[in-house]
Write a protein that binds this ligand. Sequence first.
Ligand SMILES: [Zn+2]
Length: 366
Amino acid sequence: MDLLVVGWDAATSTHLRAIDLPFWDSLDHSGTLLPEELFHDTYISTGNAWTTITTGAPFEDHRVLGFVHGPYVGHPLAGPIKWVANRSVLPRLVRRGVLAFGLGNVATEGGRGASPQSTDVPFKRVWEYLSGNALVFGLPVSYPTWETNGILISGVPAPTPEEATQPLVSPAELQPTVFDEDFTGYHVQMDSPVNDENTSVEAFCDAHVDKTEAVADRYIDLYSDHDEREDFEFGFVMLRSIDDVLHSTTDKGVIERIYRATDRATRRVIDEINPDDVLVLSDHGMGPRSPLRVGKNIGLDHDTTRGVWGGTAPFGLERQLDVTPAILEYFGIDVEPPQEKDGYELVKKRIDETAVHERLADLGYR
Ligand SMILES: [Zn+2]
């Protein structure tokens, strides 16, 4: 593998400086990674940020505003709404509300309550420019899965395997090797203390430490069990527990634990796969929640000024919009993203078990 990108969802510059993390501290190059200007110092959704990161397109073009909104379609009031949202004299929470309720309700298809689908995004994802294959695990807004060069496992907000009406894995034959009774995806089997005051923050963190380990295991297995693993030029694996855990607490010990687990799991993946280069990215940081945000059991909240990148090479990133061009440059691909896709060939459900095993062998698995 030439380049492995590891998503550290919500990893925060101030925390990374304060906590002792052997893998992160070993990276020679790092810096701040900021969203596009509209979201600076307000709020950005995880789905919006990762879609910008992996397409090189701004949100109005890639259409993903947030997990709880349909695709962005624009509106005559979008200009004035964005103007108000950028007034830095207004409190951050007010500007965030203007974006979520203004743009979210009037300028998206279906408004609040809908959720973005992979097929709403009209652009190629970064690995689709490569001639070789990719192993992509847990990328947000990648459900339903589609035929692509390599293997794709859907990330948040994909449903659980029981709820899913379409395959969570492309090619679909791999779904039984990724999901089983021990692994049902990025979800942990308990409600967040944010929504359920009977859940302890410690137990929630424990579940996320286990989940982080399990995602690392599945990723390593998918890579190691593949007969032609040299085929994978590019890798992406999402470790999203920092985001979930920090939303539920301000406890320093708990926060350190989930960072350490993420750092350890990353080290393990790197040691097993041994890619030429590594790039760690976060979609936003976390910081104190607004004192105006009441009625919810929230610990920390998204802070768009504290996102980070770190890598083994000087990727020179400043904005999320820089990531896809930098990766294409790394691979020597002379194309300016974003490029439109020719459409999505969705992965179909296949249930014939014999055919599944034959196809698995064809794919390089025994
Ligand atoms: Zn996030």
